[in-house]
Design a protein around this ligand. Structure first.
Ligand SMILES: O=C(O)C(=O)C[C@]1(C(=O)O)C=C[C@@H](O)C=C1
Length: 108
């Protein structure tokens, strides 16, 4: 007879320090990894919040430009932004900037 599945909440999962949950081979390493993962979860939450804020600001710009008779997209500005990200982060920065612009464009 098989045991009933155990329900584990996500908060329990995120605070586990057992090596098996982290891929570490010692409890000490698992503790470090768990603490660092909490910091990453916090950073990711803040990054997502900043992206959402960026989307809202971008929508204001696009609405204003369209309402004034202009176009939604401004390619020279997009090239400037892509250049900024690629200068700081290299080739993946280009991809990241293009993803951000895709998220921000066309929401009005
Ligand atoms: O800066 C602008 O003119 C914007 O419209 C904002 C933004 C952006 O999200 O950064 C969005 C669309 C444009 O094509 C260029 C840039």
């Amino acid at each position: 007879m098989s045991a009933a599945p155990t329900t584990v909440s996500s908060s329990t999962l995120s605070t586990r320090t057992a090596p098996a949950e982290t891929g570490a081979r010692t409890e000490a390493a698992a503790g470090v990894i768990t603490g660092a993962r909490q910091r990453i979860d916090d950073l990711d939450g803040r990054i997502i919040g900043l992206i959402q804020e960026r989307m809202a600001v971008s929508a204001v710009i696009q609405q204003e430009r369209i309402a004034s008779g202009g176009r939604r997209v401004n390619l020279s500005r997009e090239m400037e932004i892509i250049g900024h990200y690629s200068d700081q982060l290299g080739k993946p920065g280009t991809t990241l900037a293009m993803t951000l612009l895709e998220l921000c464009r066309g929401r009005v």
